[in-house]
Each structure stands twice: as C-alpha cells, then as structure tokens.
Design a protein around this ligand. Structure first.
Ligand code: RIB
Length: 310
C-alpha cells in the first residue's frame, strides 16, 4: 500500500450547493414539466475533487471563499467533517456558489453555476496558501474561480517544484498566464475541442500529441465510457479503458477522475496507473445519484486503489 499519510493535495477551487432535479423530460422555453426526484448536496468542481481525493485518506487542503449565508456555514461544516485543512477558506459578504442541475434518465446533465463568493477569491489568498501549507504534493485548479487566482497559486507552486493540474471546466478561454504554469491539463472531449485553436476533438493520437506539444503540457483527456487518453513524458498517447457500468447520474464524474488521478500522482504511481485510478473512480461514481454523494466511501476508494496497484 502506498504512503497515503504523506501525500498532500491542495485544491484552489470552487464550492457550490448542488440542486439536482431528476426528470424524464427537460422543459422547453415557456414549458412546465413534472419531475421525478430532487436532492441537494455539496458540489462545486473544486470541492468535489477535494472530496474524492480525501476518500483515499490523503491530506487535503481547500482554498476557497464562501458566502456569509447558510450555504457557507454548511459547506464549512462539511469540510471540517471530511477532515480538510480549512486554514485558507475565507468568508465574504453575499451568497455562496450554487448550481441548479437537471439530470435526464440516461444520467446526462445540464448545469448552471452561479459562483457568488467563489469570485471573491484573491491572488494573495491562493499564493499565501501555497507558500504556507506544508509538504504539498500536487495543486489542482478549475475554471469556476477567477483565473488569475489559480494562476497565482500555480505560479507559486511551479517556483517550489510542485506539480499543477488544471481541469478546464466549465470551459472558458484560458489565459496565457494560466496555461504556462499548468503541468497537466485534464479536459473532457468537449473542453478539449473548445480549447483547440481549430476546434478539433481528440479523435486521434496525433491531434492530442500536437496540441500537447504546442502548449508544452501533459494531457489526460477524459473520454466518458471510452476511458481516457494521456500523453507521456515523450509525448506518446496511451489510452486507458473504463469499466463498463450502467450510468444513472454522471454529475461530478469528471471531478472524481481529477481527484483520484491527483492522488495517484501524489502517491508516486506511474502515470498509467494514476489515470486508471481516475477512470475507475469516475465509472464507479456514475452508478450512484448526486455529486459528492456518488463518490466511493473510504473503504471503497481504498479497494479501488488496491485493485489498480495490483
Ligand atoms: O462537475 C460537477 C459540478 O459542476 C457540480 O458539483 C456543480 O456544482 C458544478 O460545479
């Protein structure tokens, strides 16, 4: 078993309260439909990735700003209950982030994020977190907080020899400053095509290789049921398949991949095994409802780790 206690993942990222509505039919403009089920839960791509990582028993620090509302209170309590370091979680006046989500019977979703206090994060906050938190293995970021805040964290991490992982979701044009300090970029197929200057999807190894070379980064592209494709240090593409499962809710599956993959890197697993850990956890998560509520328990996560390490 790898040394879980010495790994430390820092997530500089978002929190949301997810409001998930399950419905056979998604309403058109001006239409009302009757849905089947509704749940609320803790979400936000940053918090989801932190949660997935923490399920393995590694140290996790969350860097975020919450609103001064009841959602901020409950999110902070959830962080503490999960055992996150919250030294760099701040509060700001106003609303915390929220995400209304519609899920269809095949498990696909539509999400509107309203970032609220996530947008109050500052460069000083993220930079001092990376300078202060001890023995960091990996820093993760997404695109639900201001990009300059993530870039400040990544730049500081780079200067300290710490690896950085950018999950470019939800897609927005990415600043040159942020791209330059991202070691790994983990997009899904749609995000890859949105990032690509010619709008190309990751349909061939050559497309992925050429894009990785032009950005001077490593890619791990998530491909849904087809698993993932990643670039090696010498820019070859290796494909990792995903277990075949029946999906009921894909919300947060990409975040499960990122959180688990980062744990793999932090533990010093080889890249293919880290990607496999990501695909195993993402596939597992789509078999349960909700976002963080769909992630494997501590016991299940450790069993998945033991399986890929075999
Ligand atoms: O990736 C899923 C997440 O996207 C949800 O938890 C929602 O909050 C949005 O951030």
């Amino acid at each position: 078993m790898s040394n879980l206690e010495s790994a430390h993942i820092v997530v500089v990222g978002s929190t949301m309260i997810d409001m998930l509505t399950y419905s056979k039919k998604i309403p058109g403009s001006g239409e009302t439909v009757i849905g089947d089920n509704f749940i609320t839960g803790f979400g936000g791509k940053g918090a989801n990735q932190a949660t997935m990582a923490r399920r393995f028993g590694v140290n996790v620090s969350m860097v975020n700003t919450l609103g001064d509302d009841v959602f901020g209170e409950s999110t902070l309590a959830n962080f503490k209950a999960q055992g996150f370091n919250t030294d760099f979680v701040r509060r700001a006046p106003g609303a915390s982030g929220v995400a209304p989500i519609w899920v269809e019977p095949d498990g696909t979703n539509r999400i509107i994020c309203v970032p609220g206090a996530n947008n109050a994060m500052t460069e000083e906050q993220s930079q001092s977190a990376i300078e202060t938190l001890p023995h960091i293995s990996v820093v993760i970021g997404q695109l639900e907080i201001p990009q300059n805040v993530t870039a400040a964290a990544f730049r500081t991490a780079r200067s300290m020899g710490i690896r950085t992982i950018l999950n470019p979701a939800p897609f927005a044009p990415i600043s040159k400053e942020l791209l330059e300090v991202s070691d790994w970029i983990i997009p899904n197929e749609t995000e890859f095509a949105s990032m690509h200057p010619a709008g190309l999807s990751p349909t061939s190894d050559e497309i992925i290789q050429e894009f990785a070379q032009s950005l001077n980064c490593r890619f791990a592209v998530t491909l849904g049921q087809a698993g993932a494709a990643f670039t090696t240090l010498d820019n070859q593409v290796i494909r990792v398949s995903a277990p075949s499962v029946k999906a009921i809710d894909t919300t947060g599956a990409g975040d499960a991949f990122v959180g688990a993959f980062s744990v793999g890197l932090a533990l010093g697993l080889d890249d293919a095994t880290a990607v496999r850990l990501g695909t195993e956890c993402a596939s597992d998560s789509v078999t349960r409802l909700g976002t963080q509520s769909s992630y494997p328990s501590i016991e299940q996560a450790k069993a998945l780790l033991a399986r890929v390490e075999r």
